[in-house]
Design a protein around this ligand. Structure first.
Ligand SMILES: [Ca+2]
Ligand SMILES: [Ca+2]
Length: 90
């Protein structure tokens, strides 16, 4: 997969990895970080916190799944935590 820190500007919440395409790879990439950071706080988009509440939990999974099924671009919230916060903060 793409390194999660290589994210460019995102315009569509369905495009999880920010490569401009919405496809299965976005689901795969989301599931990878979701399973890695599930239950962690101080998280943001790159960790799978797609609803921007700083924690990765099942609500993010359900939201991402729901968004994946949308047929048009979905506005996004990147959250406020820095990319490394989940690695360095409790
Ligand atoms: Ca993509
Ligand atoms: Ca969340």
């Amino acid at each position: 997969m793409k390194r999660v820190y290589d994210f460019g500007p995102l315009a569509d919440a369905r495009d999880f990895n920010g490569d401009g395409d919405v496809n299965q790879q976005d689901v795969d990439d989301f599931m990878l970080v979701y399973n890695l950071y599930l239950g962690r706080t101080n998280c943001n988009w790159v960790h799978g916190d797609v609803n921007g509440d700083n924690v990765v939990n099942v609500a993010d999974y359900l939201l991402f799944r729901a968004r994946s099924m949308m047929t048009s671009a979905v506005p996004i919230n990147l959250g406020t935590a820095e990319p490394y916060d989940a690695l360095t903060k409790p």
